[in-house]
Write a new protein. Sequence first.
Length: 227
Amino acid sequence: MDNNENKNQETELEEVKAEEETVEETAENATETEEKQPEKEPVLSFEYDVKNEEEERAFIAFQRKFVYAHNWKITAAFGVVAALFIVSIVRNPSGYLNWVLAFICLAIIVLTWYNTRRIRKYLMQALKPLEDDKYVFTLYDDSFKIETLPTEEEKQEEDFTPVPPRIVGFEDISLNVLENDEMFIIILKKETIYVLAKRVMNEQQQQTLRKTFSELLDSDYEMIDNK
């Protein structure tokens, strides 16, 4: 019985060693494969920063494109209802309920536009401390990458942790790009906005970006006014 048990243990040990060697070989092969894979060749790359005024103009453009239409629908709907109550008030000035309902409709319209402005104001205040931050934008054939460059002071901090780059594939995410005379405004999922000011690019880089965005995004790329 002892001999059989010893043989079984020896067999199990040999199987474990074989499995470990297989795992090690697989890991080594994977590492070699990763090392052999060539890094993507960028189409262009440049360092940039964003001024607070540029962020504000970009956010206004975003709101005009995706928020104002909703606001106008609310304005039209509650404006019509308010007008009906006002007609009722003219016919019967003593009707207290008509006054209240007309006021509520008008208040909803005012608050809708006020909140749009308030959100923009608070966002600009939150972004103000980031005005001096530096970034790197890199464009590839099928994606782009945005990296935050840490300052020397940040690198010296003990708890320093680099900000991971944001990589966006043109086919993987809802993407819109607006362009005017001053900037390219990249909008991801109608939630995140990146601003690429033309002042940090040469003419060739601007043309490359315009060509790439217009060809890959089709109707999701749009030229807009500077208003």
